[in-house]
Design a protein around this ligand. Structure first.
Ligand SMILES: NC(=O)c1ccc[n+]([C@@H]2O[C@H](COP(=O)([O-])OP(=O)(O)OC[C@H]3O[C@@H](n4cnc5c(N)ncnc54)[C@H](OP(=O)(O)O)[C@@H]3O)[C@@H](O)[C@H]2O)c1
Length: 257
């Protein structure tokens, strides 16, 4: 299927690893020009850039800090200047806010100093990102935004109040953006991964537990490349009327028995 991404100008945030890396690679394979952001691991981002170039794409690497609006403006500005515009924005970067199992499990123990940085980076950061990219996207003939959420925004997890709330906030952001950016032909959608594998493994969940857990889901857990493929499709010329949708790539529903 011709996806109409040849020469399109793409920015994927947080592409030094995981889903962002896979999305950047998938765009490059379609002939797109791809800018990627990293936060702390320039070496990893440079390795991804080398992979993009090897896949016949054009790569541009910029640093970005989600909780620093000026850094977001700089990353978007550099990308637009380098490419002479922007067609696709993928808001994928995430501030995890430390290990999940280090967090309080009772709401009475939740602290603003833990809540605020996660909200600021993952919700407000994406607001700034979209705001900075909007003028260039309006000028594109294939303007697309995908914001990457999590199924924890819907099903939750003990102690994940801030992360789940920040990601759920992105759903509201997309719903309102469609009324504005949609007038200029920009499609804004959410991709919602669940537990995501990389080459069949998970960074935290041990193999045996992962296999048991995954087998309960009707389609099994997705690979990062599966999530990336959905992102790329939503940004392609083949998608023209999917607007403000939440597209789940999470292995389906867990069987109850
Ligand atoms: N992996 C999963 O199982 C899963 C499940 C559900 C949803 N998701 C969502 O999918 C997206 C990608 O997840 P992933 O696991 O593939 O990510 P990841 O591999 O952990 O990569 C995170 C990316 O975000 C960057 N980053 C970290 N802190 C940042 C900050 N403060 N400001 C700007 N960038 C920052 C990292 O840069 P450096 O590495 O350079 O520091 C890296 O490029 C996220 O939005 C996540 O919420 C993932």
């Amino acid at each position: 299927m011709e996806l109409g991404l040849q020469g399109k100008r793409v920015l994927v945030t947080g592409a030094s690893s995981g889903i962002g890396r896979e999305a950047a690679l998938a765009f490059a394979r379609e002939g797109a020009r791809v800018a990627i952001t990293y936060n702390s691991r320039k070496d990893a981002a440079d390795r991804v850039a080398a992979e993009l170039t090897a896949a016949d794409g054009e790569a541009f690497v910029v640093p970005m800090e989600l909780s620093a609006p000026e850094s977001i403006a700089d990353a978007v500005g550099q990308t637009v200047e380098r490419f002479g515009g922007l067609d696709v924005l993928v808001g994928n970067a995430v501030f995890w806010g430390g290990a999940f199992d280090d967090r309080p499990t009772r709401i009475e123990d939740a602290k603003p100093e833990q809540w605020l940085p996660i909200l600021r980076a993952n919700l407000e950061g994406n607001f700034h990102l979209v705001q900075q990219a909007a003028p260039a996207l309006r000028n594109s003939d294939q303007g697309r935004i995908v914001l990457v959420s999590t199924d924890l925004a819907e099903r939750g997890m003990t102690g994940s109040w801030a992360y789940g709330s920040a990601k759920a906030g992105l759903h509201g952001l997309a719903a309102s953006l469609q009324h504005d950016l949609g007038q200029d032909g920009v499609l804004v959608n959410i991709v919602m991964p669940g537990i995501t594998l990389e080459n069949g493994t998970h960074r935290v969940i041990p193999a045996e537990a992962l296999s048991q857990l995954s087998s309960r889901f009707t389609a099994g857990f997705p690979e990062a490349a599966d999530v990336a493929a959905t992102i790329v499709y939503l940004c392609s010329a083949r998608t023209t009327a999917t607007q403000a949708e939440i597209v789940r790539v999470n292995g389906g529903t867990a069987r109850v028995a």
